[in-house]
Design a protein around this ligand. Structure first.
Ligand SMILES: NC(=O)C1=CN([C@@H]2O[C@H](COP(=O)(O)OP(=O)(O)OC[C@H]3O[C@@H](n4cnc5c(N)ncnc54)[C@H](OP(=O)(O)O)[C@@H]3O)[C@@H](O)[C@H]2O)C=CC1
Ligand SMILES: O=C1O[C@H](COP(=O)(O)O)[C@@H](O)[C@H](O)[C@H]1O
Length: 547
């Protein structure tokens, strides 16, 4: 995304740049609003999940500064998440947002933009009467070139202004919701004007994914970030960790006595981790052509799901104890040098096809995609873990765009019973964590079907999240609140990110290196479950789950 766009929603004419830049530092603040009570479902009129959080968690007064606030992520996810937290009274006694972008806009115009975003996003909680207008009072906007100091001075001025209503504190959470190429320039810009210094309040940096584009660039970015920030101030976000159902994986594994004894090579045949998407490119060619599925999904979201499934129990539910265990299992993954890639990985790119009865274009026909594009939109990978728990148990990971449906699932497939006493029934028990949609956990097993004969049938025990009677929290709400509270438990640490890059490095080398053979793309029609080679990867006697 290098071209400058016009604002994405109708707005009033932009105020001249000079007039905005010359606004006095002492411009009067809008009065801070009392946080309204929620009318979400729940006995006390609140979203029960959030009400539970409210009792124990309240951040200090703070400013959330979103760089790239005019982008897709901010519009569809971040602003709705912040609005929901604020409406439920979770953002403490004083809070405001400074949106930062490259487009010229006044605070007023930004208010219109943000409200339009809230009204159109599917993720926005039902607003209470008048609450959108009250929320608008918290919104400020600054713009400029991210390579120049001026915009950071403007941000500093915003923090100075907020001080009086924030109890003399200048706490700030800087959220980098921009293309990854801007992470380092923005971090440096903040550093040049001293915005990382914690003299008069905490300062934290949230960095979106992908963190780097390969192992070398991730390390360079990490070093650059550390030249400005202490690791304790850095929150690398992977929104999959904010999903309730992903956290539930730890709850089920380590909060029950019945699963862990089976969670090993003695009982588990293999594990399948799937993140399939029915969507195609959604106008994100500029980003996706550079990234491809390995950087977009595999290196981060799927590696997180893998490490949470395969790790040992942490000694405590604390950031470093959990991160230590995740790193240990990532280190135990059998290395995948470029020569091994054909054995363990399959790539794909969708061609034209049919989705829900509608014809859809292939990847190469999507707007702004190069006609000869080699960008993969599908990957399947076999991981082997060289440790006592998992020796000989393959983990199969797959993710892709334009697959038949949106579903993310972790399925633990158990070994066959040692003796087949009865006819019928299923081949193997499966414990499946439905991360999304239709969130829940199911266990498949065989049962006698009614009748004279001892014939088995496959049955399912199913737990559904909607049994709790509450809508699940957006992962961004959870993670934003955690970052405001200084809780890094659900954010990947630098060594986790590094090890995840190490695992996929050979794949990138084999597929993108100078001598890499040209792929035969497209190799799956949109609306199908990916290339046929993925079936060979999972091997004889096993098959991918049809979800
Ligand atoms: N969108 C999504 O669903 C998800 C996105 N992410 C990550 O979030 C981050 C943001 O993604 P997304 O919102 O989709 O990206 P977008 O391309 O929509 O834009 C992000 C923002 O960056 C600005 N921007 C782009 N290029 C420049 C530039 N050269 N100089 C200054 N500003 C620039 C855009 O300004 P303008 O509006 O003027 O173009 C916009 O404000 C990325 O790191 C992405 O990987 C992570 C998970 C999901
Ligand atoms: O990070 C990303 O994730 C989304 C999928 O997220 P989900 O929460 O809807 O499963 C993906 O579409 C996008 O390409 C990627 O950048």
């Amino acid at each position: 995304m290098t071209t400058r766009k016009t604002p994405k929603t109708p707005r009033k004419a932009a105020e001249p740049k000079a007039a905005k830049a010359a606004a006095p530092a002492s411009k009067p603040r809008k009065s801070r609003q009392r946080v309204p009570k929620s009318t979400d479902a729940g006995a006390d009129g609140q979203n029960p999940f959030r009400a539970a959080m409210r009792r124990t968690r309240a951040p200090e007064p703070a400013t959330l500064v979103i760089f790239g606030v005019t982008g897709d992520l901010a519009r569809r996810k971040l602003l709705p998440a912040v609005f929901g937290l604020w409406q439920d009274g979770l953002l403490g006694s004083a809070f405001n947002i400074v949106g930062v972008g490259r487009q010229e806009m006044t605070d007023e115009q930004f208010g219109d933009y943000a409200l339009e975003a809230l009204k159109t996003s599917k993720e926005t909680d039902a607003p209470q009467p008048g609450s959108l207008e009250k929320f608008r009072e918290l919104l400020y906007y600054e713009y400029g070139e991210f390579s120049e100091d001026e915009v950071y001075h403007k941000v500093q001025t915003e923090l100075d202004r907020a001080e009086s209503t924030h109890g003399g504190r200048k706490n700030a959470l800087f959220y980098l919701s921009t293309p990854p190429s801007l992470f380092e320039p923005i971090s440096n810009g903040l550093g040049r004007v001293g915005l990382q210094e914690e003299k008069d309040g905490w300062r934290r940096l949230v960095i979106e994914k992908p963190f780097g584009r390969d192992l070398a660039s991730a390390r360079e970015l990490n070093d650059a970030i550390h030249r400005v920030w202490d690791e304790s101030q850095v929150y690398r976000i992977d929104h999959y960790l904010g999903k309730e159902t992903v956290q539930n994986l730890m709850a089920i594994r380590f909060g029950n006595a019945i699963f862990e004894p089976l969670w090993n090579r003695g009982y588990v045949d293999h594990v399948q981790i799937t993140a399939s998407e029915d969507l195609g490119l959604e106008g994100r060619a500029g980003y996706y052509e550079e990234a491809g599925v390995v950087r977009d999904m595999l290196q981060n979201h799927l590696m997180q799901l893998f490490s949470l499934t395969a790790m040992e129990a942490p000694s405590a539910f604390e950031a470093d104890a959990i991160r230590d265990e995740k790193v240990k299992v990532l280190r135990a993954v059998k290395p995948i040098p470029a020569e091994r890639v054909p054995e363990v990985a399959v790539r794909g790119q969708y061609g034209p096809g049919t989705m829900a009865g509608e014809k859809v274009p292939g990847y190469k026909q999507e707007p702004d995609v190069k006609r000869g594009s080699r960008t993969p939109t599908y990957v399947a990978l076999k991981l082997e873990v060289d440790n006592w728990r998992w020796q000989g148990v393959p983990f199969f990971l797959r993710t892709g765009k334009r697959l038949p449906k949106k579903v993310t699932e972790i399925a633990v497939v158990f070994k066959r019973p040692p003796l087949g006493l009865f006819p019928g029934g299923l081949e193997r028990n499966v414990l499946a964590f439905r991360i999304q949609p239709d969130e829940g956990v199911s266990l498949k097993f065989s049962s006698k079907s009614p009748g004279q004969e001892m014939v088995l049938r496959e049955v399912v025990m199913d737990f559904r999240y909607d049994a709790f009677g509450a809508q699940l929290e957006s992962p961004y709400s959870r993670l934003l609140l955690d970052a405001m509270l200084g809780d890094a438990t659900l954010f990947p640490r630098e060594d986790e990110v590094d090890h995840a890059w190490q695992i996929v490095s050979g794949i990138l080398e084999a597929w993108e290196g100078e001598d890499a053979p040209a792929p035969k793309f497209p190799n799956y029609p949109a609306g199908t479950w990916g290339p046929d080679e993925a079936d060979d990867l999972i091997g004889a006697g096993r098959r991918w789950r049809r979800l």
